[in-house]
Design a protein around this ligand. Structure first.
Ligand code: 4AD
Ligand code: MG
Length: 465
């Protein structure tokens, strides 16, 4: 018999019809006369109930049907008497595909800690929480592609292996086929890469932006959506060594339009979650974060604050004067730390903030320099609980100014000639941003740790699974 997925089975009202479902047992309980199996197949957070009449099935048949086992059930669809359920199944045949020894299967109990579940990341998608998170993750990816497709952007694939450090932060993982036990070095002790696979030093990309800009200079509006790698040794709930980034890049876009895009795009994604993932959000709202749904609705209906960095520093210094204590200093020129960002977003404005016009020294080389020569047209979006969710900027389109910045920062130009060519041949004003997909996921799910919104997290000292 053809299988019905549980999300569809729960919608069906053709009671009395035969039905076949397959899935993993969440629980089995009952009495002498009847056994109830809660079955889940991942299509929805909801389980379907299988009612087993013990006059039709023997103890031996039911014994292997324990939490975690996988079964196929054929039976009759009936209207459920239990409250909160729509339809259920009267079992006529039960087949066990795979058992799960109750003495060994780790997901017996409810309420296992997030830390423990990380150690069994191969099984945690079978819990309600992670099932919800990963269904939402899929829906957010669909939201992103939908938004850009509908707004005339082209999905542009940038390389994962690269020889340039976009952010210039030196946090790259090297890619080599060299024998690390026997490295050839020149007289100065430098490694000779000429006989390496790419003939030069290569790494995993920290951002697709530079190649994205090449796309925008031809196709007008592009976006990337792919994995990004950063070897930053920060063991925080907001950093991964491998994360996914969405990077639109747009020709002829100025700072105001860029901020409009950032705000509109995030709101679209959050609204999409509210429109497409309500069952999972309700679960998370109940068991993970009581304020979640209100917070999501709040963001959709709130105008983001647009705040120049210099004004932000002013607000923070006023707060210090009035007795507010921060761990780190915040003089003009300092990079804001997350306590500063959170103060502005969560306490002062109580709204998402787009911070603009940062000091030149603390931002990347490619940002457009303002007339004051001191600030650049960065436009980061700061979110409650998350801190920086988007990093964006208008790009410096003047060849001379860009070259000057590259020289000041002593960025090796040998591998950047192709990037500079955008400024030599038909240079155009343009802008773009990068959204950390997992940071968006943190916001949309209410999960506390970035390791819990990606199936198999990569962080310092962990690459299991
Ligand atoms: O601010 P970042 O470093 O900006 C760029 O990489 C630009 N090239 C983007 C662009 O303009 N096209 O990173 C962008 C975003 C951050 O705001 C944050 O959301 C996320 O990427 N991010 C991380 N997410 C998880 N783990 C990490 N280690 C992250 N580093 C950055
Ligand atoms: Mg940034």
């Amino acid at each position: 018999m053809k299988r019905t997925i549980i999300i569809d089975a729960l919608q069906r009202t053709d009671y009395g019809e035969k039905i076949c479902i397959k899935g993993w047992v969440r629980s089995r309980r009952g009495n002498k006369n009847v056994s109830f199996i809660a079955l889940n197949d991942g299509s929805t957070i909801k389980n379907i109930q299988i009612v087993v009449d013990l006059q039709k099935f023997s103890e031996d048949q039911l014994k292997p049907i324990t939490t975690g086992s996988c079964i196929c059930c054929e039976g009759t669809l009936v209207e459920s008497m239990g409250k909160g359920q729509t339809s259920e199944i009267q079992a006529e045949s039960l087949e066990v595909y795979g058992t799960a020894d109750p003495d060994q299967y780790p997901l017996q109990k409810k309420g296992l800690s997030m830390e423990y579940l990380r150690t069994i990341a191969h099984l945690r998608p079978r819990t309600n929480t992670f099932g919800a998170v990963f269904r939402i993750r899929h829906n957010m990816a669909m939201a992103i592609h939908t938004y850009f497709h509908e707004h005339g952007y082209f999905y542009f694939h940038t390389p994962l292996i690269t020889a340039s450090d976009c952010e210039g932060a030196g946090q790259m993982f090297q890619v080599t086929t060299k024998n690390l036990y026997n490295l050839k070095k020149d007289e100065d002790g430098k490694i000779d890469y000429s006989d390496d696979f790419f003939g030069k030093q290569a790494s995993l990309t920290v951002s697709g932006q530079l190649e994205g800009e090449l796309g925008a200079m031809a196709l007008g509006r592009i976006y990337t959506f792919g994995p990004t790698f950063r070897a930053e040794n920060s063991n925080t709930p907001r950093h991964l060594a491998e994360f996914w980034m969405i990077e639109p890049e747009v020709a002829f876009m100025d700072k105001e339009e860029l901020m409009d895009l950032e705000e509109d795009f995030i709101k679209f994604c959050v609204r999409w979650a509210l429109d497409h993932c309500m069952d999972d959000l309700e679960f998370l709202n109940q068991f993970v974060d009581k304020g979640l749904i209100d917070r999501l609705k709040g963001v959709v209906n709130t105008a983001f604050v647009r705040l120049p960095y210099t004004e932000g520093i002013h607000i923070l210094q006023e707060a210090i004067k009035n007795g507010k204590k921060f761990e780190f200093p915040c003089e003009w020129g300092d990079d804001l730390s997350s306590e500063h960002e959170r103060y502005l977003v969560e306490e002062y404005f109580k709204k998402p903030v787009i911070m603009t016009d940062y000091p030149r020294e603390i931002k990347a080389f490619y940002m457009k320099i303002n007339d004051d020569r001191k600030t650049v047209q960065g436009t980061d979006v700061l979110f409650p609980q998350i801190g920086e969710i988007i990093g964006g900027s208008v790009r410096e389109e003047s060849y001379d100014k860009l070259m000057n910045e590259i020289n000041l920062r002593q960025i090796p130009m040998k591998d950047m000639w192709w990037y500079l060519d955008t400024r030599r041949f038909g240079s155009a004003p343009h802008a773009g941003f990068g959204l950390g997909f997992e940071r968006l996921m943190l916001f949309v799910t209410g999960m506390q740790n970035i390791r819990d919104v990606i199936p198999f997290p990569r962080t310092p000292k962990t690459a299991e699974f």
